[in-house]
Design a protein around this ligand. Structure first.
Ligand SMILES: [Zn+2]
Ligand SMILES: [Zn+2]
Length: 367
């Protein structure tokens, strides 16, 4: 780690702290890469509560809440985002619940867009994230290169999943304009996720805590150790063992950006870590919109969102509103102000339905 990079990042981190208080939203391409926090973009609390109230499936009963010191240490980074992010534990796992909507702004800076937008996700109850409380080193540690291209490989402290730095076609998302200024974008189910370590969370969790956990249960720290020193002797997965800290990974500003593999045991099934929560698709997956550049994203009352983008020399908007009945109404506004409206309702989530789902039911209404 060179010292120039560290001083840059330190400067960025303190800038981030100032912005945190200033409630600014970055809207221009010139702020690309700046680290910001915008707590004015709030998640739809009503939706989160409604989903939390859903009855648990009898097949896998909700784990018993427990509170011992080992799980509370592991829960600490997530608790920095309470009450939006909630944790509980049993003997083996820390369960993390979120609605998949970060408190920071999103989408701005994306230049390779598949026309997906951030929608709340039901990562609650039996569909919560789970982090092993007692990670076990694997006898055969596996790299993530060209593997685990579906689903998450880690979970950020703010309850947002982190996917492989490679997208599902094997391209490095960060290097082809797919990611916003916060390292994230939305998947086929309009599920927001990162493809890189969200270093900007460090200013929220504090210096000494990891910003994420890999799904094998080992923590992912930022660019420095808890004492501020630079990590040394990192293995091929960007991890190492330190006295007192045990095995842990570090995020990086170039490939692999996150944990480069799993030091610990994970189960791989259908190209992803298994089991893991499913996202809830509402509509057909979008197609790449060539030449589009997302320049703004705003939220009103945590219920309506407006995504602004430039394409073919005009400014367009995708405006959408979360309704109380869980449907979502979209107004697609083209450069001449013509509006095309569509309303989507969540499709039932059958076994394995979420990620493979072809999209929701549509109540078409065009004008
Ligand atoms: Zn992705
Ligand atoms: Zn370290």
């Amino acid at each position: 780690m060179n010292t120039k990079l560290i001083s840059l990042l330190t400067a960025a981190a303190s800038a981030s702290t100032q912005l945190l208080h200033a409630h600014l939203i970055g809207n221009g391409p010139h702020d690309h890469g700046a680290m910001k926090y915008d707590f004015s973009v709030r998640p739809p609390a009503g939706v989160l509560l409604a989903q939390a109230a859903r009855p648990a499936s009898p097949a896998s009963p909700a784990p018993v809440a427990a509170n011992n010191s080992s799980n509370s240490a592991k829960a600490a980074p997530f608790q920095a985002f309470a009450p939006k992010v909630r944790t509980r534990a049993d003997a083996n796992f820390l369960y993390v619940e979120s609605d998949g909507m970060p408190a920071h702004n999103m989408m701005v800076g994306i230049t390779a867009w598949q026309q997906q937008v951030p929608l709340p996700q039901p990562y609650t109850g039996n569909n919560a994230w789970r982090i092993p409380l007692n990670p076990m080193p694997s006898k055969n540690p596996v790299s993530i290169k060209g593997r685990f291209l579906r689903g998450a490989i880690a979970l950020a402290a703010n309850g947002i999943p982190i996917f492989n730095p490679q997208n599902n076609r094997g391209e490095v998302a960060q290097e082809i304009g797919e990611l916003d200024q916060w390292g994230g974008h939305c998947g086929r189910a309009d599920d927001y996720h990162y493809h890189a370590t969200p270093f900007h969370l460090q200013s929220v969790v504090g210096k000494g805590l990891p910003v994420a956990y890999a799904l094998d249960g080992y923590p992912i720290y930022g660019l420095t150790e808890p004492d501020g020193s630079s990590p040394t002797k990192l293995d091929v997965f960007n991890g190492h063992e330190l006295p007192g800290l045990g095995y842990h990974y570090h995020g990086s500003t170039k490939y692999p950006y996150v944990n480069g593999g799993f030091h610990g045991e994970v189960v791989e099934r259908d190209g992803q870590v298994d089991p893991q929560p499913r996202a809830q698709p509402m509509r057909e997956a979008g197609a790449p919109l060539r030449g589009a550049r997302i320049t703004g994203f705003t939220s009103k009352e945590s219920k309506s969102y407006s995504l602004k983008y430039e394409v073919s020399g005009e400014t367009r908007h995708a405006n959408y509103t979360l309704n109380d009945d869980k449907s979502v109404k979209f107004d697609f506004v083209d450069g001449r102000g013509q509006v095309k409206s569509e309303t989507f309702t969540p499709r039932p989530r059958g076994p394995g339905g979420g990620q493979k789902g072809k999209g929701g039911q549509k109540k078409g209404e065009r004008k």
